[in-house]
Design a protein around this ligand. Structure first.
Ligand code: HEC
Ligand code: HEC
Ligand code: HEC
Ligand code: HEC
Ligand code: HEC
Ligand code: HEC
Length: 346
């Protein structure tokens, strides 16, 4: 199977090259003979330059192959949710919707995407734009303004990640805000609030005055922990984007990124931070179930009218749960969100 794909790729590539070689130079019709010659010479040069530049990427190294194998092992690559191709979802769940969104500068795609593809090389890189190695340029590396809060996220190449891994817009409950109507069992910031968590914004509560330690220190954000060059083959780091991997049926934590700053780190649960967050999360969970905001059996939210402080507690709970790093993205802010939730429910 793999072999066939490679042969097919080779064929397409050679046809592409032959086509390019034959189709140029472009002869422009003109009565003046000397100018025809000039045109021919110029386009020959362009053709030669273009063909040369293909080999910047398509060459005898494993530059593309190694990245591809990592990417195939990522959730972006396996694409479990790219069938979420409706206009509301496609901007983050399909390559086409995302490309449309960042080109147009909008938050959502304008319509449902036909023939959707999962997040792939072309989603994040400008592949075959100029046909030179400049095409590794990221499709979006501008600072990101969160749709939910209007705050800015600006951490180098990881701005690309924050365009999608940010909360979806909603009315975040206010402190002492009166009655609050929860209309959906899926109430919350949606599944990817990692960037706003790192930046320390988007939760319910009075102003947070603690530090956002990893926002301040990890210059390239997500990339510093999730995309460090992989010494473990395809399973973690690099274009797998994973921070854990399976080895002999055990889950191993990938600490390569952390070691740069925490020399002696032995597990993600540094100084027991994750253990503490897990305990706080459980305390909040118990109260949310008791007060009728979460179904204890299914774990999903319950629609209804609550005080804005109860709804806020649920919002914070969901934010920490969906962030999924158990405090690592932002130890201080995560703790603040859960302590605020506990106070609101007392
Ligand atoms: C910046 C690096 C880069 C350069 C330069 C580049 N390519 Fe590609 N090319 C890629 C990548 C990456 C893929 C795989 C794309 C994917 O899987 O989405 C690809 C795929 C292809 C394919 C397979 C079909 C397809 O479109 O996926 C062909 C054929 C191809 N390239 C031809 C060329 C030719 C001809 C040139 C020069 C005129 C060129 N490439 C220049 C990176 C590059
Ligand atoms: C702002 C970007 C964004 C939008 C818009 C968005 N999603 Fe997502 N979604 C994400 C991200 C990022 C993840 C992955 C988060 C993670 O893995 O932690 C995700 C994950 C999911 C998952 C997998 C959750 C799981 O627990 O496995 C589902 C299902 C999903 N989204 C459905 C939808 C639907 C349906 C819509 C449209 C109504 C939608 N999403 C709109 C960014 C978005
Ligand atoms: C989700 C976004 C994303 C996807 C999908 C993605 N990349 Fe990347 N890629 C990045 C980011 C971000 C960097 C920069 C990492 C850094 O700053 O260290 C990068 C860096 C690279 C580099 C190094 C570029 C250079 O300038 O030296 C190569 C090569 C590369 N990617 C190839 C690929 C290939 C091939 C694919 C498809 C199999 C792919 N990428 C898919 C985000 C992505
Ligand atoms: C186009 C939107 C988009 C971009 C850009 C993007 N992601 Fe994702 N990411 C998603 C979605 C959607 C999922 C969930 C995919 C699924 O469930 O099928 C996801 C999944 C993930 C996961 C896997 C979560 C799990 O459950 O294992 C990680 C880790 C991740 N992304 C990190 C990153 C990093 C780091 C970057 C930047 C280099 C990035 N993402 C860029 C949309 C995006
Ligand atoms: C300080 C290092 C660090 C930074 C910076 C960081 N992450 Fe993480 N992230 C982690 C760790 C560690 C976990 C997993 C914790 C665990 O499994 O116990 C994680 C978990 C996740 C998960 C859940 C799925 C998984 O792979 O376990 C997603 C999705 C994710 N991060 C995305 C991002 C995105 C997007 C960014 C940037 C906006 C980012 N992370 C920045 C360290 C980091
Ligand atoms: C670029 C530097 C940098 C990277 C990379 C980094 N951290 Fe940190 N981290 C810091 C700094 C600085 C602090 C605050 C001072 C301290 O606790 O040593 C901190 C604090 C923490 C804390 C809070 C400790 C406490 O007692 O409150 C935890 C937990 C943590 N980091 C875990 C991680 C993990 C896990 C990774 C890798 C996935 C990681 N860090 C990657 C710089 C970094």
């Amino acid at each position: 199977m793999k072999k066939k794909v490679i042969i097919l790729f080779g064929l397409i590539l050679s046809v592409g090259l032959i086509f390019m070689a034959c189709s140029s130079p472009t002869v422009v019709e003109t009565s003046d003979d000397s100018s025809v010659e000039e045109v021919v010479v110029v386009s020959d040069e362009i053709a030669a330059a273009e063909l040369d530049s293909c080999t910047d990427c398509h060459n005898d190294t494993t530059l593309i192959v190694s990245k591809e194998v990592q990417w195939e092992n990522s959730l972006h690559g396996s694409g479990l949710t790219f069938e979420r191709n409706g206009a509301d979802c496609a901007g983050c769940h399909t390559s086409e919707g995302y490309t449309e969104r960042i080109t147009a500068g909008t938050f959502t795609a304008s319509e449902d995407v036909e023939n959707p593809s999962p997040i792939n090389c072309r989603t994040c890189h400008s592949i075959h734009d100029t046909y030179t190695s400049a095409d590794w340029t990221l499709t979006s590396s501008e600072p990101v303004t969160f749709e939910l809060t209007g705050d800015t996220y600006d951490l180098g190449n990881s701005n690309q990640c924050a365009t999608c891994h940010q909360p979806r817009p909603a009315d975040v409950p206010l402190v002492d805000g009166g009655d609050y109507e929860i209309t959906s069992t899926r109430f919350g910031p949606h599944h990817g609030p990692q960037s706003s968590m790192i930046a320390g914004v988007g939760g319910y509560g009075e102003e947070y005055v603690g530090s956002n330690i990893h926002y301040e220190y990890v210059d390239d954000g997500c990339i510093g922990c999730h995309m460090t060059d992989t010494a473990y083959g395809k399973q973690a780091g690099g274009h797998s984007f994973n921070v854990t991997y399976e080895y002999h049926e055990e889950t191993v934590e990938y600490l390569t990124g952390c070691i740069v700053c925490h020399e002696d780190i032995e597990s993600f649960d540094r100084n027991g931070v994750q253990t503490e967050i897990e305990e706080l999360l459980e305390e909040v969970h118990v109260l949310l179930v008791a007060q009728g905001l979460i179904d204890g059996e299914s774990g999903s939210g319950i629609a209804g009218t609550f005080t804005s402080d109860q709804a806020g507690a649920l919002w914070n709970y969901k934010t920490v749960e969906e962030d999924r790093s158990m405090g690592i993205h932002n130890p201080g802010y995560t703790k603040f969100l859960l302590e605020t939730a506990l106070e609101a429910l007392e």
